[in-house]
Design a protein around this ligand. Structure first.
Ligand SMILES: Nc1ncnc2c1ncn2[C@@H]1O[C@H](COP(=O)(O)OP(=O)(O)O)[C@@H](O)[C@H]1O
Ligand SMILES: [Mg+2]
Length: 316
């Protein structure tokens, strides 16, 4: 398996649960593993009954396993602060207020969270020499997938800016009689340099996700979740990111054949509906179903997590 493993899917389907189970399986097989959660609501803290922060912390009682939690809100603030200080260093003092206003507005935009989280993911990937496997409890979707197209877009932008810059340096040289040394050489241009850095950052991200990452999608056996999974597979295909497998979670357990009470009939009908959805997934999707996990009567943690881990038919 690739070093980076992502479990995507809609909120509540079981991404965090399955990610932790898979990470546990890797760790128990001797791989130095880090599980990265981005969910402030239900997260690794609940699954392992242990507080985590945005720095990797060893999971108590599990050799080879560490966890960290990234808070999207903190990341947006950090991300925008960086942009603010970057820009402020490059403009006159009178522009700083305007920049602050713009950055404040950017904070409210829907893409800000995704973008900031994605930056942090890439940072985690870049600084993961200590681990054999890094498991993320979310996968890039929508806006984040579009970010992977940024290098091509930035390329054109950088070229045009560099061209303008060359022209103005040229003019400047011609005007500066007796002093042929351009005041600002292109290499030292902070705007161009920043754009170049961003381009390389997203190039690294795209390259790593295409060659060193595996994607899995978690879904529940209902029509909405199945449709959403189809869209997610298509979206990732468009970016050359192959979805390796699907995990069906929260399946209803079947009653014994001799049970015929109301509860048993309900379960049987429900199982029949879910089986139709699963058949649809098996026949219509090109991606294999690698696990079918039943609904447990309690949240998945402790020993149950080990059971779920065992149910995942994935390579290590
Ligand atoms: N197979 C399951 N059986 C019972 N509860 C489950 C199962 N899978 C997940 N849950 C519970 O459902 C809730 C949502 O799961 P979670 O993994 O946090 O989803 P996500 O990360 O996709 O939002 C959690 O309370 C979790 O304990
Ligand atoms: Mg989660």
């Amino acid at each position: 398996m690739e070093k980076f493993v992502f479990f995507g899917g809609k909120g509540g389907v079981g991404k965090t649960t399955v990610s932790c189970a898979y990470a546990l399986k890797c760790a128990r097989n001797g791989l130095e593993t880090l599980v990265v959660s981005t969910d402030p609501a239900h997260s690794t803290t609940d699954v392992f009954d242990q507080p985590f922060s945005d720095e990797p912390t060893p999971v108590t009682g599990e050799a080879h396993l560490s966890a960290m939690e990234i808070d999207p809100e903190d990341e947006v603030i950090r991300h925008l602060d960086e942009i603010r200080s970057d820009l402020s260093a490059q403009v006159s003092a009178s522009m700083v207020n305007e920049i602050n206003r713009q950055v404040e507005m950017a904070h409210q935009t829907p893409g800000a969270y995704e973008s900031a989280l994605f930056d942090r993911f890439v940072d985690v990937m870049k600084n993961s020499e200590a681990y054999d496997r890094v498991v993320f409890d979310t996968a890039p979707t929508g806006g984040t997938l579009r970010l992977l197209g940024l290098p091509t877009f930035l390329e054109g932008w950088i070229e045009r800016l560099a061209h303008k810059r060359r022209q103005s340096i040229d003019l400047f040289e011609k005007a500066a009689i007796g002093n042929m040394e351009p005041r600002r050489i292109m290499d030292g241009d902070p705007v161009l340099e920043r754009l170049q850095q961003r381009k390389e950052f997203f190039e690294y991200a795209g390259e790593t996700l295409r060659t060193d990452a595996a994607f899995f999608l978690v879904f529940n056996p209902d029509q909405l979740s199945v449709n959403e999974t189809k869209r997610a597979i298509d979206g990732m295909d468009d970016r050359d990111l192959a979805v390796r497998g699907l995990v069906a979670n929260k399946l209803t357990p079947e009653p014994d054949a001799d049970e015929n009470g109301r509860g048993a009939r309900f379960l049987r009908d429900r199982v029949a509906t879910e089986n139709e959805r699963l058949s649809q997934v098996r026949s219509e999707f090109a991606v294999p179903l690698i696990a079918e996990i039943e609904t447990r009567t309690k949240e998945v943690k402790g020993d149950i997590l080990g059971d779920v881990a065992a149910a995942l038919a994935v390579d290590l």
